[in-house]
Design a protein around this ligand. Structure first.
Ligand SMILES: C[S@@+](CC[C@H](N)C(=O)[O-])C[C@H]1O[C@@H](n2cnc3c(N)ncnc32)[C@H](O)[C@@H]1O
Ligand code: SF4
Length: 318
């Protein structure tokens, strides 16, 4: 109770200071909007659940969702969170709806396996905060065992096309790479940092997996690093490429304090405020609560969710 109260006071003071500094106040911690509920591949570690009939967000709902970007800090509006956005049948025209003003706080994550050359050209210049490319490995066998159903040859071709398009663009999108850490790709992680830096990536996040009981026990025992493995990896990566940032298991975070490649933003991702999740059908869920809204019922989402914020902040645990 007391920490709830203190946290509200803290947020209130922060908002007042930001207003005094005349800065826009990011009311919400994050907004995650998935434009589809499916994926073209099946990574064995993926936290998403598949199998429901395919639903794709309408452009009308996408415009409404995007109007909420002023409510979050830079990089905290996720255009895709749990599924693969590029398989949306109107993906290219959805991209055209992202203005530099609305896009500056947004990020988009992709496995880069589905887009055709035209889409890749658009991604290379997308006016967003950054584009996340899930890499996992630059070696064919381990890539295909982790990105199950994806062909490495296709990924490599698209990756090089994206990088070539960025090179000749006057406003290239900043590219971040993401690789999950498993025994399968571990031998390649250090080298990947250098190779991705050469390709123009500004960051390569090497992250621990968070897995639940849905992941087969056999896969976990074959793939997951022990704490001793993590100690070895952290040691090995201490002089890795400067673009590499490691997100180790949270339980080991203290142990690696001061490590030169520790992801400084890791703690930022632990939710400390109100988060919204927008589903492809337009339902808006308030994370950590059973509150649900629908974009079809809301004419002006920005005004609506600005008004709703104080009541939501009261019901969400800090
Ligand atoms: C769920 S995917 C959605 C976007 C897109 N399909 C992709 O793979 O980039 C977003 C990111 O979450 C990562 N991810 C998926 N399952 C994970 C897990 N269990 N633990 C940590 N990261 C995970 C993926 O590797 C990917 O980089
Ligand atoms: S590509 Fe992304 S959404 Fe698809 S299975 Fe892999 S991690 Fe999950």
């Amino acid at each position: 109770m007391r920490s709830n109260f203190l946290s509200r006071v803290h947020r209130g003071i922060k908002r007042r200071i930001m207003r005094l500094l005349n800065k826009p106040v990011p009311l919400y911690f994050s907004i995650a909007a998935d434009i589809t509920n499916d994926c073209n591949i099946r990574c064995p570690f993926c936290f998403s659940t598949f199998g429901a009939p395919r639903v794709n967000m309408t452009p009308d709902h996408f415009v409404k969702a995007l109007s909420l970007t002023p409510l979050v800090a830079e990089g905290m509006f996720l255009i895709s969170c749990a599924f693969e956005p590029t398989i949306h049948p109107e993906f290219n025209s959805m991209l055209d709806l992202i203005s530099p003003h609305l896009g500056s706080r947004a990020i988009l994550s992709t496995n880069l396996l589905a887009p055709d050359p035209d889409t890749i050209h658009r991604l290379a210049e997308l006016p967003i905060h950054h584009l996340n490319v899930s890499v996992d490995s630059l070696e064919a066998q381990s890539y295909e065992s982790l990105r199950r159903g994806g062909r490495f040859e296709r990924f490599e071709e698209n990756l090089h096309r994206l990088c070539d398009c960025r090179k000749i663009s006057s406003r290239p999108v900043p590219m971040f790479g993401i690789s999950v850490v498993t025994r399968r790709n571990r031998p390649f992680l250090k080298d990947m940092g250098y190779r991705l830096a050469d390709l123009g990536f500004v960051l390569h996040e090497v992250r621990d997996l968070f897995l639940d009981s849905a992941t087969p026990a056999r896969w976990k025992s074959d793939s997951i690093l022990t704490d001793e493995d993590w100690d070895g990896l952290m040691e090995e990566l201490s002089d890795a490429s400067p673009i590499l940032q490691i997100t180790p298991p949270l339980r080991l975070f203290e142990r690696y304090a001061g490590h030169p490649r520790l992801n400084p933003y890791q703690l930022k991702y632990i939710q400390t405020g109100v988060g919204l999740r927008i589903e492809p059908e337009g339902r808006v869920l308030v994370q950590g609560t059973d509150r649900v809204y629908h974009l079809s019922d809301i004419d002006d989402p920005l005004a609506f969710f600005t008004r709703e914020y104080p009541s939501l902040a009261r019901i969400v645990a800090p």
